[in-house]
Design a protein around this ligand. Structure first.
Ligand code: ATP
Ligand code: MG
Length: 279
């Protein structure tokens, strides 16, 4: 039975989308069946995966015939028909030989006008994602940088929330408290049927060579138990990240040896192990 994971942090630009893309790709490399649902009208994940394909994008605009998550919520498109399959191949040295490895990721695209869709039913997303647990090991929902009726329906649908955050200032603590209070509101409400819980926070763009970040990390480790902090963090890695966006390929495909790719693979393994331990 698969799990639904959301990346929630109201603060913008902390690396949510980048984390979902690279965790999904790393898990796909580990032969897990993964789906990314782009839940953000900025369509960043959708553009990352499909932006170089004329069948889907005309410049920065998604073609009108593409079926999206919003169409599925509105009942205007069939879920499975709306999912796009992405296949990447790469070579890895396995037992002294180079072997071809396939990385398969499914994507349910977002649309720029999805915020206009009526989302008054808090189970609107859960009704869709519950049925996906038989199909996938991991379903990721890429959250927008906001807190509104949309994110509430995503939270209700999720089993676990990961909190990507930047290290070195109070924003990460505030981000954690903000997510925690949203989740507790759901957990204490007997009328809401949801399993949502925090899996953990992790740092993105971590610069261990900067003293303030090192100190902030040490401080965070001291309160680790209270805060559910994951062990693995992702180092700042500018060039591979830019190349990955330019090539529309996850880091494990276009820059597998980069610091960020190595960290995302380690984080994917930690998440997989933690979740399997909970089952
Ligand atoms: N490890 C990293 N090293 C360097 N740059 C990174 C790293 N992770 C993310 N970035 C960059 O940080 C920026 C923000 O990342 P991303 O779009 O994933 O954030 P986000 O939290 O999803 O943003 P939003 O809140 O707008 O949805 C992007 O330009 C991305 O390339
Ligand atoms: Mg994003």
């Amino acid at each position: 039975m698969g799990v639904i994971i959301g990346d929630f942090n109201r603060k913008g630009g902390v690396g949510k989308t980048h984390s979902v893309i690279n965790l999904a790709a790393s898990l796909a490399m580990l032969k897990k069946k993964v789906l990314v649902i782009d839940g953000d009208s900025q369509v960043n994940a959708t553009y990352f995966f499909l932006g170089n394909d004329e069948e889907f994008f005309d410049g920065a605009d998604l073609n009108e015939n593409v079926k999206t998550f919003a169409d599925v919520i509105e009942g205007n498109a069939d879920l499975m028909d709306s999912i796009v399959r992405l296949q990447y191949t790469t070579k890895r040295l396995l037992k002294k030989h180079f072997s071809k490895i396939e990385c398969v990721i499914d994507l349910l695209p977002a649309s720029k006008d999805m915020d206009l869709v009526d989302i008054s039913d808090i189970y609107a997303v859960k009704k869709i994602t519950d049925g996906l647990k038989d199909e996938y090991d991991y379903v990721f929902i890429d959250f927008p940088p906001s807190k509104n009726d949309y994110t509430l329906t995503y939270l209700v649908a999720c089993d676990y929330i990961i909190i990507p955050a930047e290290c070195g200032n109070d924003d990460s603590i505030m981000g954690y408290s903000d997510v925690l209070s949203s989740i507790e509101d759901i957990q204490i409400n007997d009328e809401i049927d949801s399993n949502v819980d925090i899996l953990g926070m992790f740092f993105t763009k971590f610069m261990s060579y900067k003293n303030d970040q090192k100190e902030a990390m040490e401080e965070s480790m001291k309160v680790k138990e209270d805060m559910k902090l994951l062990d693995t963090h992702v180092r700042f890695d500018y060039k591979p990240t830019v190349d990955s966006k330019d090539k529309h390929e996850p880091l494990c495909i276009c820059a597998a040896k980069s610091k960020a790719a190595v960290d995302y693979m380690a984080l994917a393994k930690e998440i997989d192990k933690t979740i399997r331990g909970k089952k």
